[in-house]
Structures are given as C-alpha cells and as structure tokens.
Ligand binder design. Sequence first.
Ligand SMILES: [Zn+2]
Length: 560
Amino acid sequence: MKLSKMLFKSLRETPSDIELESHKIMIKSSLIHQAGSGIYSYLPLAWKSLRKIEQIIREEIDNVGGQELRMPVIQPKSLWDKSGRSISMGQELFNLNDRRQKPFVLAPTHEELLTSIVKEMIYSYKSLPQLIYQMQTKLRDEPRPRGGLLRVREFIMKDAYSFDLNKDGLDESYENLSNAYMNIYNRCGLEVIKIEADSGAIGGKDSHEFVAISDAGEDKIVICNNCNYSANSEKASFSKKQYTIDSNLENQEFPTPGIKTIASLCKFAKVESYQTIKAMFYNSKDELICAVIRGDYEINELKLARAIGDPNIKPASNELLKKHDIPAGSASPLGKSIKVIADDSLLKANNYIAGANKEGYHIKNVNIGEDFTASIIEDISQIPDNAQCSKCNKDLSFKKAIEVGHIFKLGTIYSEKFDANYLDINGKSKTIEMGCYGIGTGRLLAAVIEQNHDKNGPIFPKSISPYDLIISPIKYENKIIKEYSDKIYDLLKSNKFDIVLDDRKESPGVKFSDADLLGFPIRLIISEKLIEQNMIEIKLRNSEESIKIENKKLIDYLKK
Ligand SMILES: [Zn+2]
C-alpha cells in the first residue's frame, strides 16, 4: 500500500471536547470516523486491525468446539415479547415497524433467536453439547454514548452461546470459554483480569467480566491485594462491621421534630449511624417494597433488584407511599404489611432506632425478627470506600477498568421460555442448560490502544497491527531513492509482509511523526547515505533506539 493512496489524513490537533486518549488517537490516526452520537465508521486501518482481532477470536472459539453462524440484526418483536425483554430492556431496544406495521426490533443480542433455532433443531441428548457463535452487528440505544468506541450504539460483537445437557456440562463449557477468552486477550496484547460480575439485563446467576485496568474505564472494580478476590463494585461483597449485641430491649417511642435524615437523627439522639435503621421504598411491579439497611451503609439498587428478582424496580412514588400511609422522614417497616428486604448488616448489631411511621416520631430498640420481619435478608449494600475483604478481612482497593468481555451462566431462563428441551437417554424430556459469552471487538481495540500508546500515537501489538511495517524513505522524489525503496517494497511484499510505503513528498519530520501516528510495530528508514553504505535503518515503534543492518540481511532479520 502506498501511503499517498491510503485513506489517511494525519490530524495534528484533535477537537478539545474529546477526553479519552484512545478516542483522540483513533480520530487522529484515521482509524474511525463519527457518523452520529455513538455511531462510527471503522476506516480501513481500523477494519484491518478488527479483522485480525476477529480471526484470533475465531481460532480460539473454534478451538473449544465453536461453530460459526450468522443471524439477522432485524428480528420480529414477538421473539422479544416471549422472553419478556421487549419490556425489561426498556429504551435500550431499538424498535421499528415494517410497511405493514408489523413490529420488529434491531437486535442488541441474540439469545432469543438462537434458542428458538436450537429448539427446532435439537431433539436428543446425542446432539449436545453445542457451542454456537457469530461476529455480528449489535444495536443498543445507549442513553450516554461516550469515549469513542468504548460506549457506542452500534458495534460488532462476538457472541457465543453454549447448550448443555446439565449443570456440570454448563460448568465445563463456561470454563472452556473462560480459558479461550484469556488466550484471546493475551494474543491481542491486552492485559486483563477476570472478576465476579453482575448479570444485569441478560439474566442468570454466575457471571464474570474480563476487564482491562484503565483510568479510561467506566467500571469501578474492587481488588483484594492479599487474597486476589476481585469483583465489579456493583456486585462485590465485603466484610460488614459487627457490633456487640446486647439483649433486646423494649420499644420506646420518642419525639423527633423536623428530623428527616440519618445524619440529623444521629445528632439529635446522640447515637452513631450503625445504631439506626435506614428505610427506602421502591415500586416493584406496582407493589410497595421496603428495603432496610443499617444506617452506616447505603442501599445498592442493583443488588436489591437482583434480590427481588425484578430488574425494573424504581423508587416508590409519593402516591404509592400515601396509599400505605408512610410518612417521609419517619418511615420504617414497623406495623406495615408490606414486603421487606433487609440488608444482612442488620444482623450485626441490635436495639436500633427506626422511624415510627408517625410524622415527627422515631422508636428506640427496634429489632429485626422481633419488631418486623423481612422476607429476604441478604447483602444489598453499596461497598463503602474503606471496605475490607469478605474472604480475608484485609483492606480492599478500587480501580477503574474497561469491560472487554462478559460471560454468563444463563441456566434455563431462556430455554424454559422457548421450550428448548431434549430427550435424555431414558427418553425423558429435560431442559437445555445455556451459557452466553460476549466480546465487543471495537471496544477491545480501544482498550488495547488505551494500554499501548504514547504521546505520538498508538503502539500496535504485532498480532493486531493494521500493517506489519512502514517504509519511510527520505527524499522519495529522488530517482535513486525511489528505485531502491520500490525494490525493498517489492521484496518485502513477495515475502508476505503487509507494508505501507510512504511515497509522499514530505519532510523527514512529517514522515516520522506520521509513522508514529500509524503505530505499526516497525519502521524502515531509507536515505541516500544509507544506500551508499548498503544499509537500512530499523526502528521499532515501542523503542527509542534504532539499528542499522545490511540490506541483504533485512528479510532474515524481520522474519526473526
Ligand atoms: Zn482478600
């Protein structure tokens, strides 16, 4: 490829509103072009890199038994009604009608369609397990696209789905895919860690994320440097402080005029926040839910949603509170026949102060199990900044990270809805166990650039670099230099190197800074003086040093 003919325009300046390095670099290096908010074209350089990433993914997934197919982006909405996700995905789902006003969606993921295909094609235990995957465009109407390719509305994902006989089979598929993912990231030159994750809108129980530690990330992750426990902060457990438990005392109502918050209550009653109960009210499927937690912690609504099994819980409206006669500021579950979800912190102290459900009054010595009961008691707490590890009790630390892969044990949630069953060896009908596994390729590329760049541009790992190398001849317009450079170019091409020749009439300064901006691993420099010496200069993108070698040794050197 001759650089003069390549779709490349080096930008010396970037728009000032771009924050992230990878985003800046991808614009400056002609990798991407923005068409709209969260919608990008992958220009030829990025596309070459993405195809290499896809090939690495393909090889690793095939290696654990994957079969590639391709499903459509546009799908009948009825499939999504059947799974319930036409509602639960909310506004993230792109909806449209065809000319006959039949409703369709633009697929954000493909569990529904593939499960319905498998239901029609698999009857017997003899056909299981199956591992099916595709490289496909996904569409999600993100509320806040950001960071170039890090959070977009249209993207390419490798999505894989496993179908197994039973839970043991699912565990095995999950492990195989997890190992394949680690190989993929290694081969792409990306350092990642695997963490416990929340399964969000996809559903299911076990789930892990693969994250690249980076300040550009929007995930907050928790790491224990002592025992290596790591998790997404939305999911992370931690060790909750235990206080001495005295014998339970009698309830005692007392006036608390104008007291509406835990902080003001503590000041007024001269107690610590762990001696109080905080109550929050939510609407789950039009039912009033009361979530309670010890006053020194805050409720994590994702954990709460998971505990209730309703991803769409929302804060209760004033109307709903009024209906149950709950006064803001003095509210609690006391004396109310409503569903209560309690954080397990409430078991680690007793004789709390809670709202009296009477404007301007609280009650002392309130105890869970005695004065009110909870239908669910589990961890629904946000992890505080000074938290300790739930496994080893040492301090946890927080880091920002980019999610570059997510795997889920779905179990039977989709196979049940789509009747994806098989007959076992005794002719008995069983439900297929499913897993799903996703990697966004564009975000993976952006994460590689976040981890591998300097002030001059990207530093592509060889495995995913758009080209292997660039030849930067000084004074290419000089006849001798042109002939010599063209000869080297042809020689390298015939040896299967993928190369760019900078054939432009530009100064050495411009040529070298553009070579850095392109970020290929190797730059070859050719000049009149070097030709006289039968030498070529080689500079690696990830090093400041350059070396000179005899031109007849060039191919052997590069192959090494
Ligand atoms: Zn630990």
